[in-house]
Design a protein around this ligand. Structure first.
Ligand SMILES: [Ca+2]
Length: 417
């Protein structure tokens, strides 16, 4: 299927179908948790049947959504092994464009990842809710809350932060969360079964917690290990203390042990970080990280094992011997970068105070030509993730205590890169 010539008609039809569906289902749209479990539908087309492990998560109206979308959007039935579908190919001439809204009405969404069937999992920092966005209409369903979360609220930066689904989710059905408790930041895991979270179990505890600088991003690497970004929790010296888990990028097994090959026989992979909230692997397996500066230079770093990224001796470049400089820096007014994603030769960096999405081209191991998009148009941007169809999902963060929320905030925007 080619993209040329089809978006206008297809999108109009999809919009009309979506509007009709919303009108028809308005009274059924939950604002929080669904009140009942959906019953099985008798008219689910076999071509769009979900794999068995997610069948119980799929609601009757999702089947209707799928059927409606399929009829409108694509005359060819989707193969059963690919229930997600690909609404639009990602190829997009010209600058990135916001082409839709995935969902509205969230409160400081933070973590975002995708299930094998294309549904998304989203965390909310201050409510500690874990949501699943189901089906092609991305209907929010509350999977549960992380009871151990103890968000300070207001302008604090802690709470329920990152989420990453197991690379082997289809088999182990496990989700990993970065959460601030009353005593620490920690990584916990829980199964996601039958549309609900199982009991959470600690994976790695003892990451320093603070009012600010709590890190919080989780990302599985191509090596299968879990990378965890932390902050120095407002105590800059912790970043240089290799015995502390604060101000680090950590690399652990799914049981929380130091991953084989770590440099210090500990979870620490790199150190000298102030507050890293963005992690992304490029297609060569390199790890990139976005980092909040203090008041002069935010950073984009190429992260390598055993490297010292300089904080607090240096902010930005110029660290000198033994310290690794960032590849790009920004005035925090134009960045204050949180989420980071990689797609097709570019990094994409969501910016809070800067209220923009940065694109940074990668020339091999060099990050070059930062370009800003959507400046001020959507407010604070927290997280960017690559959806299974190659579009970017970008979350706003206007209800995080520091923004000026619009009525629909917080939102997840769909961006064609
Ligand atoms: Ca640095």
């Amino acid at each position: 299927m080619t993209r040329a010539g089809r978006p206008t008609v297809t999108r109009l039809a999809a919009l009309l179908a979506g509007a009709a569906l919303l009108a028809a289902c308005a009274s059924e749209e939950p604002t929080a948790a669904p009140s009942t479990s959906p019953s099985a539908s008798s008219d689910v087309p076999s071509a769009t049947a979900e794999p068995s492990q997610t069948a119980t998560d799929e609601a009757t109206d999702e089947a209707t959504d799928e059927a409606t979308d399929d009829a409108t959007d694509d005359a060819t039935p989707e193969p059963t092994q690919e229930p997600t579908g690909v609404p639009d190919p990602p190829a997009h001439p010209g600058p990135p464009a916001v082409v839709g809204t995935i969902t509205t009405g969230l409160t400081a969404p933070w973590g975002l990842d995708f299930f094998p069937n294309g549904d998304a999992i989203v965390t909310e920092r201050d409510t500690a809710r874990v949501l699943r966005l189901v089906g092609r209409r991305h209907r929010p369903v509350e999977l549960g809350t992380i009871a151990a979360a103890a968000p300070t609220g207001g302008t604090a930066e802690n709470g329920l932060l990152g989420v990453a689904l197991s690379p082997d989710f289809a088999a182990d059905r496990t989700a990993y969360f970065y959460v601030t408790t009353t005593t620490d930041n920690r990584v916990v895991r829980a199964t996601v079964d039958d549309g609900a979270l199982g009991r959470t179990k600690p994976v790695l505890t003892g990451i320093p917690r603070g009012f600010t600088h709590d890190g919080g991003r989780l990302a599985f690497g191509p090596d299968g290990y879990l990378y965890v970004s932390t902050g120095e929790s407002g105590e800059p010296a912790l970043a240089q203390d290799r015995a502390s888990l604060g101000g680090k990028i950590l690399r652990i097994t799914t049981d929380g042990d130091p991953a084989p090959g770590n440099p210090f026989d500990s979870p620490v992979w790199s150190y000298g970080h102030r507050n890293v909230q963005g992690l992304a692997f490029d297609d060569a397996g390199r790890l990139w990280a976005s980092e909040f500066g203090q008041d002069a230079f935010d950073e984009l770093n190429l992260v390598r094992k055993d490297r010292n990224y300089g904080w607090p001796q240096v902010e930005g470049t110029g660290g000198g011997d033994g310290l690794t400089d960032p590849q790009q820096t920004w005035d925090p007014d134009t960045a204050s970068p949180s989420g980071l994603a990689y797609w097709d030769g570019d990094l994409w960096m969501a910016s809070l105070k800067g209220q923009r999405l940065w694109r940074i081209d990668l020339d091999g191991a060099r990050a070059v030509e930062p370009t800003a998009f959507f400046v001020g148009e959507y407010g604070r941007m927290r997280t960017v993730a690559v959806a299974p169809d190659g579009s970017l999902w970008v979350t706003t963060s206007n209800r995080d205590g520091r923004g000026s929320p619009a009525a629909a905030d917080d939102r997840i925007l769909r961006v064609l890169p």
